[in-house]
Design a protein around this ligand. Sequence first.
Ligand SMILES: O=C([C@H](O)CO)[C@H](O)[C@H](O)COP(=O)(O)O
Length: 207
Amino acid sequence: MKLQVAMDLLTTEAALELAGQVAEYVDIIELGTPLIKAAGLSAVTAIKKAHPDKIVFADMKTMDAGELEADIAFKAGADLVTILGTADDSTIAGGVKAAKAHNKGIVVDLIGVADKVTRAKEVRALGAKFVEMHAGLDEQAKPGYDLNGLLRAGEEARVPFSVAGGVNLTTIEAVQRAGADVAVAGGAIYGAADPALAAKQLRAAIS
Ligand SMILES: O=C([C@H](O)CO)[C@H](O)[C@H](O)COP(=O)(O)O
């Protein structure tokens, strides 16, 4: 299983610093949506330049103009770009077209999708490289939240998937047992007193 760090930071400088601390322990470096909105796609270019050997993930969360938005993110240096599962099929197909042109990939983020299993199968058929079983920061903040619903959906969908939604040292082994291809950790790494140690421990907990 791959490990992805999600950098929900607000400046390119902070992202470069964090990526430098954790790159050796992760496979995928994600520029979170707030970072892309605050700093622009030049942040993607800066991270890819600093870490050309890593898979760079631009969490665009595109809802419309799939081909156009994916194209600009790929041109900026992204290897993987997200489109929302709630978008129209044509938006996802447009993103997949851009991904094929760049020999890169589209990840469909299932945040906010009620029937994640059905939509996962649909978007995989449209050409998504994998789906993200995702509960966002606001959903995680609700009382009683846990990861298990995401893990069940991943197991049931039988398509390649990542899990994002508060993955940490306590839960990452369950993510792997569920068969995820990628575990995404944001706050568990960037919010830790020692992000490098947090990433190293997450890496050590999985194979
Ligand atoms: O995608 C995310 C969220 O929507 C804000 O951009 C997070 O990066 C994702 O949820 C992973 O972060 P954690 O939940 O803090 O692990």
